[in-house]
Design a protein around this ligand. Structure first.
Ligand code: ADP
Ligand code: MG
Length: 299
């Protein structure tokens, strides 16, 4: 059988666990000369665990009370951090209060009505500004800073506009993260960058573990797009690898976008040009290599 090289490369990529959506994508993959990687769910396993529960004094909440409140608000969310909070509440067999009016903002957090109160769970830097109670907010910020210094993602829980506690959530690096960063660096001749909505401290710690020096943290989904567009305006053809709804706009803006399939949201999987279906990051450089080989056969 003499299948055209690009189609046969798609079949091979599929056997390695990457679904390439078209021959055009298979061809474009070999043109990339820059890479931008998301952190949570992409360089990390994306199954974060709750690691710290810190109710603020004066909140009237104990560990279980804070966790139940946060888990109720996070329950409808599909974000990996939300899963960590809900799973921890389930492990402790907590009864979750009823939730209404849920909404989520990618890269920021969630808001819901829980037992008659407005509850938000989200990134410390962004929710702090919304808090009127300054002394309490300062205490929450100190706790969040301590947790972040330890490599955790801290999320602050607010009830009716006041911080009531902080949760620390920790994720594991994928075992093939560092090797993948090295491989992509070699294949593209440029060092990959990290684009994350998470805090700068946790981002820097993780970046040093995988050998990334170009770190952009605290980014909203639109900021990820800006970073990609800047690189493309400088003449780079950027491969973006991400998993969350927060990555969808950047995947769309990229020369080529690859989504991590396991934790990936529907929108992300649809937007991406290719999807990693076997949950291994090292399949990404494999797909790039297959494209380079097929292109040599085509031209
Ligand atoms: P990344 O870019 O590393 O994948 P995200 O953009 O998804 O991270 O999230 C960025 C930050 O926004 C998180 O670190 C967290 O502080 C906050 N956040 C987003 N979604 C949620 C959520 N469901 N619950 C709590 N915090 C959230
Ligand atoms: Mg992510």
């Amino acid at each position: 059988a003499t299948m055209p090289p690009l189609l046969s490369a798609i079949a091979t990529a599929g056997r390695h666990g990457v679904l390439i959506k078209s021959a055009v994508v298979m061809e474009r993959l070999g043109q990339i000369d820059a890479v931008a990687l998301d952190k949570t769910g992409t360089l990390t396993e994306g199954t974060p665990r709750l690691a710290a529960i810190r109710p603020l004094s004066g909140s009237g909440l104990d560990d279980d009370g804070l966790l139940a409140l946060a888990a109720a608000a996070e329950h409808p969310s599909e974000h990996p951090l939300a899963r960590a909070v809900v799973d921890a509440a389930r492990d402790r067999r907590l009864d979750l209060p009823a939730v209404g009016d849920f909404s989520s903002t990618p890269g920021i957090g969630v808001t819901a009505t829980v037992a008659g109160s407005d509850v938000t769970v989200g990134a410390p830097a962004r929710v702090r500004a919304a808090s009127e109670a300054e002394g309490i907010a300062a205490r929450a910020a100190v706790i969040a800073g301590e947790l972040e210094g330890g490599g955790h993602t801290a999320v602050v829980v607010h009830r009716d506009g006041r911080p009531v506690g902080v949760l620390g959530i920790a994720d594991r690096l994928r075992p093939d993260a560092a090797a993948t960063v090295t491989a992509l660096g070699r294949l593209t001749g440029s060092s990959p960058m990290l684009l994350t909505g998470d805090n700068p401290r946790a981002a820097a710690l993780l970046a040093s573990e995988v050998g990334i020096t170009d770190v952009r943290a605290g980014l909203l989904p639109q900021d990820k797009v800006t970073a990609v567009k800047e690189a493309e305006q400088a003449g780079r053809r950027v491969l973006v690898v991400g998993d969350g709804v927060n990555d969808a706009p950047a995947l769309a803006a990229a020369h080529t976008g690859i989504a991590m399939g396991r934790a990936g949201s529907d929108l992300t999987l649809e937007t991406a040009d290719a999807v990693v279906v076997r949950d291994e990051l090292s399949t990404v450089p494999t797909a790039v290599r297959l494209s380079l080989r097929a292109r040599r056969l085509v031209v």
